[in-house]
Unconditional design. Sequence first.
Length: 179
Amino acid sequence: MRAFVIVFVLALFAAPSFAADRKVEDFYGAYLGHGEEVPLAESDKQKRARFSQVIIRPAKEEKGGFMVEWSTMKLKGDDLPAPVDTKTYALTFRPTDQPNVYRDVPTSPKEHEASWAVVSKDTLSVIQMSVSPDGGYLVARYDRKLTSKGMDVHFTRVENGRLVRSVKLNLLKGPAKVN
């Protein structure tokens, strides 16, 4: 019996620890920061700066749902002041029957697009997929991982099975609570 207890205690401490999934509410807040596009080819040695803001909050019209709004700015040149390309997006998600899996709430009828979100451990992933009229496809994935100061974002874009863009950002969480 004593050997069994020793083996049990050793197994308990030696076993890998599995972090429990966070809840989507853990991601609520406003985040601001910057990062850079990751060069994908040997010929593309220039790292392009990106600046981003992300706001995650409850969706008032969707019980248990949430909204993600994000803006990305990139400089269109190396000389300052450089023109800035800014894009802003917003998606609303509703819960599904599966815990920590959310489906988008379409804002307009887009027959060839789908979006969903998944919370796994410390990461909120938003995946967007679209199919072009010629049968090609695009998948954009935003992995937003909570850190002690905010979140790290890793964005990838795949077109017809080929990785065409990868961006890594470090965002700090703002002091205000977002509702």
